[in-house]
Design a protein. Structure first.
Length: 77
């Protein structure tokens, strides 16, 4: 959040106020019925697209084990 290893007290206070202001804006937008979009990393977008394509393909054929196998190929330990 702060971006420094040892921030000064006033820098930390400024960052906390900015975070609180951002949270207040998001809360107002939610109250107005808007959706809050969180920026996603490109890597996750690619994985989500592959999983959605696999879901569509295997949903039509009813091959759940093949689908789960294909999902497992998107994860590494």
């Amino acid at each position: 959040m702060v971006g420094k290893s040892y921030p000064s007290f006033y820098h930390l206070l400024r960052e906390i106020r900015e975070e609180q202001r951002d949270n207040n804006v998001m809360m107002r937008e939610l109250q107005m019925g808007r959706r809050i979009e969180v920026p996603r990393r490109v890597m996750y977008d690619a994985v989500n697209k592959r999983l959605q394509a696999a879901a569509v393909e295997y949903e039509e054929e009813g091959r759940i084990l093949d689908f789960l196998s294909r999902c497992g190929q998107n994860f590494t330990l």
